[in-house]
Design a protein around this ligand. Structure first.
Ligand code: CUA
Length: 389
């Protein structure tokens, strides 16, 4: 049974178990119209309340999104013109040729008008052809491989975090710069992302800098970002835009658009190893780190004797410079001691994950488990990780 029939005022439905007698009350058309107008005005007003729109695609901050924005404005302009012209013609027709009181002559009956049909087929075809030229040009420009002085970054999607590797920024040990969930790129220069996934399809989306592009297991996809020089210093939030199960909504990241000198300084610091502490809570934290965290996490550490080694397994995010990151848990929380303590204590409390389904042998990881560490062990780990700037 169609419930809309039941709820229509004045309609009484017989012959079913749900006979309903509704009061016969005519809705006033004027009141309905006033309500509708108020609703639209409120919706428009409320939508413009926020001036903080970090993920607006209407605020382009890269060469690529400026091109997309120009195309969008052109198409919006043409579409607005057509909409207004059609609505005007419609209103004029309704008013001018409406049936009038006392005039019951039947209008002339017409079937088919070849000239009119040709015209209204040709006009849209011409408009679409005109729009197709800049559209295809923009598509090809965005798809073309990056040329010249390009920074390459390998992006790997994981359920539910992002790994960023800079293959051309390599330390003296031959190990490239690796980080997680926070992508640093220089302003005024093109970065080309080479993307793939280790599990399911994800999608890299940071609207002010680029369109969406999927990360597909077993395939490589590419995305160019050329932040404007004026965007230097900005931190732009991005997120996964392809449903990838439990933690999808919390598979976020941040793009730090750095001034070139700041980017170089950041990259140089990231290539340095983390110090193995020799005393205090951080030293005890390192014991726990080696005994527990290294099952999934990796870090490049400098031992007290000066030797540098990479410890752990590269399954989860690299933690070498965890303390230098602004966020944790794939950019869902600010990186504070308190948040880190809560995260280590029970990660699934803060983010939907399924660590009970982890199978390291099979390479399946669906989140960080609760290892049941004592509050003291957690505090020591926090001291260690936050010291690794
Ligand atoms: Cu990854 Cu949604």
């Amino acid at each position: 049974m169609d419930l809309r029939v039941l709820y229509h005022p004045g309609v009484v439905v017989h012959g079913s178990r749900c006979d309903v007698k509704l009061p016969r009350r005519k809705p006033s058309p004027r009141r309905s119209a006033v309500r509708l107008v108020l609703l639209v005005v409120a919706a428009v007003a409320l939508a413009s309340c926020s001036s903080v729109l970090p993920q607006s695609s209407l605020n382009p901050k890269s060469v690529e999104t400026q091109k997309i924005d120009e195309l969008w404005r052109l198409v919006l302009g043409i579409a607005t013109f057509i909409f207004v012209a059609v609505q005007l013609a419609l209103v004029v027709s309704i008013v001018k040729w409406r049936s009038r009181e006392g005039d019951d002559t039947e209008p002339r009956q017409i079937h088919g008008n070849t000239r009119l049909e040709i015209v209204w087929t040709l006009i849209p075809a011409v408009i679409l052809a005109v729009v197709a030229v800049p559209t295809l040009r923009t598509l090809f420009e965005l798809r073309a491989p990056a040329e010249g002085d390009v920074l390459r970054v390998k992006v790997t999607g994981h359920q539910w975090w992002w790994e960023f590797e800079y293959p051309d920024i390599v330390g003296p040990d031959g190990r490239p710069l690796v980080t997680a969930n926070e992508l640093h790129i220089p302003a005024g220069k093109t970065t080309e992302l080479e993307m793939t996934s280790v599990d399911v399809i994800h999608s890299f989306w940071v609207p002010p800098l680029a369109g969406k592009r999927d990360l597909v297991p077993g395939r490589l996809t590419y995305l160019k970002l050329t932040p404007l020089e004026s965007a230097a210093g900005e931190v732009i939030p991005g997120q996964c835009a392809e449903y990838c199960w439990l933690g999808h909504a919390d598979m976020r990241f941040r793009v730090f658009v750095d001034a070139p000198a700041d980017f170089d300084a950041w990259a140089a610091a990231q290539l340095e190893p983390a110090q193995v502490p020799t005393e205090g809570p951080a030293a005890a934290g390192f014991e726990t780190f080696m005994g527990t965290c290294t099952a999934c996490h990796q870090a490049k550490v400098a031992n007290p004797d000066g030797t540098v080694e990479v410890v752990g397994t590269r399954i989860g995010p690299d933690l070498t410079h965890f303390g230098s990151r602004a966020t944790l848990g794939a950019a869902i929380l600010e990186n504070t001691d308190e948040h880190l303590r809560a995260w280590i204590d029970d990660p699934s409390q803060l983010k939907a994950m399924a660590p009970e389904l982890n199978d390291l042998q099979a390479g399946r990881v669906l989140g960080m488990p609760d290892y049941g560490l004592t509050p003291q062990q957690i505090s020591e780990l926090v001291a260690l990780l936050q010291s690794w700037k």
